[in-house]
Design a protein around this ligand. Structure first.
Ligand SMILES: Cc1cc2nc3c(=O)[nH]c(=O)nc-3n(C[C@H](O)[C@H](O)[C@H](O)COP(=O)(O)OP(=O)(O)OC[C@H]3O[C@@H](n4cnc5c(N)ncnc54)[C@H](O)[C@@H]3O)c2cc1C
Ligand code: FES
Length: 281
């Protein structure tokens, strides 16, 4: 599992971290992966297993593209690898693929590194004959990724930034609300698909519930084994317990127990911070 190329595509100056694109040799995964699916990577033999979306693939070269935001111990370890280095292990494709069919008018919403996760799905929806409106949101201009690629995959694109440094100032939900309001008067939207930080997906789902538009979200639950055995990625969907890794990662956003998910993703924050501090010494 050799890294064929590495490119830093965004730098977060405030947090001194970056978003990196890796093209990795993985011919078997490239042959099978579908939009919406992910892989699990171990950077080193003692390393933890981290899930990452298959952002793109090249079946001729036998490679897949991963886009990684450094937020903690393992993603920083991965970010430190270079072209020619090898990953210790790569397993996949995992999870259910996105159901690709013609819905009609679709809005796809990506926030932060969630933009990487919507890219293959956007291409799939467009290829299935949908009219695709894309909303991209980033904290600031420097953190916006894949703008040109998503422009090419969409019929219409809207960009927002929290600080107003690029596109419209505000949140993705402001633009989504405007579009849904207009949609009621003209053509209704049949599907909203959203990936991003949990508060963003929760806000999108709460909004679209008011408009009664079907909404799919891809949940970034904490995963350990990613095979349905450890229970680490447990989520409550309409009071039923589901495992994100094998039942998801996509679910109906209107029936996700967002508060529980938010609590579970923060469960090990202190331990993760501790290990990052140890590493810095
Ligand atoms: C199906 C799936 C697909 C994913 N695809 C991508 C991708 O394409 N690119 C990418 O950069 N990331 C993606 N992620 C998130 C990625 O797996 C985590 O960022 C990574 O596991 C964090 O590991 P770490 O050791 O670096 O951080 P940690 O040290 O484990 O965590 C650092 C901080 O981030 C929080 N955190 C950790 N994992 C998550 C998470 N999954 N969601 C929200 N907060 C978290 C922790 O609570 C902690 O506060 C995906 C997650 C899932 C479940
Ligand atoms: S990660 Fe273990 S059950 Fe899903």
């Amino acid at each position: 599992m050799k890294i064929l190329s590495k490119e830093i595509i965004a730098k977060d100056k405030d947090k001194d971290t970056q978003i990196t694109k890796f093209v990795v040799e993985a011919p078997l995964i490239a042959a099978k992966a579908q939009p919406g699916q992910f892989i699990v990577v171990m950077v080193s033999e003692e390393g933890e297993r981290i899930p990452l979306t298959v952002v793109d693939k090249d079946t001729t070269k036998g490679s897949i593209t991963l886009i990684v935001q450094e937020i903690g111990f393992s993603t920083k370890l991965l970010g430190g690898l270079n072209t020619g280095d090898s990953l210790y292990a790569l397993v996949g494709p995992m999870g259910h693929a996105t159901e690709m069919k013609k819905y009609g008018r679709v809005i796809i919403v990506g926030g932060g590194v969630g933009i990487a996760e919507i890219y293959p799905v956007a291409k799939g929806f467009k290829g299935a004959g949908n009219h695709l409106t894309t909303i991209l949101g980033a904290r600031t201009k420097d953190l916006l990724i894949l703008e040109e690629e998503l422009k090419a995959a969409s019929d219409e694109i809207h960009i927002v930034s929290d600080d107003g440094s690029y596109g419209k100032k505000g949140f993705v939900t402001d633009t989504l609300k405007e579009l849904l309001g207009q949609g009621l008067k003209t053509n209704n939207y049949e599907l909203i698909y959203a990936v991003g930080p949990i508060p963003m997906m929760k806000a999108v789902s709460n909004l679209t519930k008011e408009y009664n538009v079907k909404t799919i979200v891809s949940l970034n639950a904490l995963m350990v084994d990613a095979t349905g055995m450890c229970g680490g990625c447990r989520v409550k969907i309409a009071d039923e317990v589901k495992f994100s890794c094998v039942d998801g990662p996509e679910f109906d956003g209107h029936i996700v127990d967002w508060d529980e998910l938010e609590k579970r993703t923060k469960a090990y924050s202190d331990k993760e911070e501790h290990i990052c501090r140890l590493r810095q010494r």
